[in-house]
Design a protein around this ligand. Structure first.
Ligand code: HEC
Length: 127
């Protein structure tokens, strides 16, 4: 009896994880499409990359952004505003990780709601 209910519990767990995995794939595709449409990939990559010749990407890799911000309170609000309004060229904090001095405003390319969703997804990228 005990054995059977443990098994049932396990099956339930397995089903839950596969549903979560499906949801992840859907949001990954949605986020990537959103970012591509808004032109983010002109300057950003998702994965951290080290180039052999020492050239840096224009903007920081989103995995690095996630590692830097995911545990900071208010990060989602802060980053959504930066994405929409652009960053301060005098306060660049991605020295040696990005070649660009500042991010231009993206509000012409993405709505606030989409920017927020994208930022939530970016923040979830690092383990
Ligand atoms: C023209 C190049 C460019 C484009 C297009 C661009 N970014 Fe950026 N982004 C940058 C640069 C450069 C930085 C680093 C800014 C800094 O050091 O303050 C940055 C930083 C960021 C950060 C981290 C901000 C911080 O304060 O650390 C996030 C999040 C981000 N970008 C998301 C996006 C999203 C989402 C889009 C598309 C809607 C986008 N970026 C489009 C160049 C760009």
């Amino acid at each position: 009896m005990i054995h059977r209910s443990v098994l049932a519990g396990l099956t339930g767990l397995l089903m839950l994880t596969s549903v979560a995995a499906l949801a992840d794939t859907a949001s990954l595709e949605k986020a990537q499409k959103m970012a591509a449409n808004a032109g983010c990939f002109a300057c950003h990559t998702i994965k951290h990359q080290t180039s052999k010749d020492g050239t840096l990407p224009i903007g920081p890799a989103w995995e690095d952004v996630s590692a830097q911000y995911k545990d900071k309170p208010g990060a989602a609000d802060f980053l959504t505003r930066i994405v929409l309004e652009g960053s301060n060229p005098y306060a660049s904090h991605w020295k040696n990780k990005a070649a660009g001095l500042a991010m231009p405003p993206n509000a012409v390319a993405i709505t606030e709601g989409d920017a927020r969703q994208l930022v939530f997804w970016i923040l979830s990228l690092s383990k």
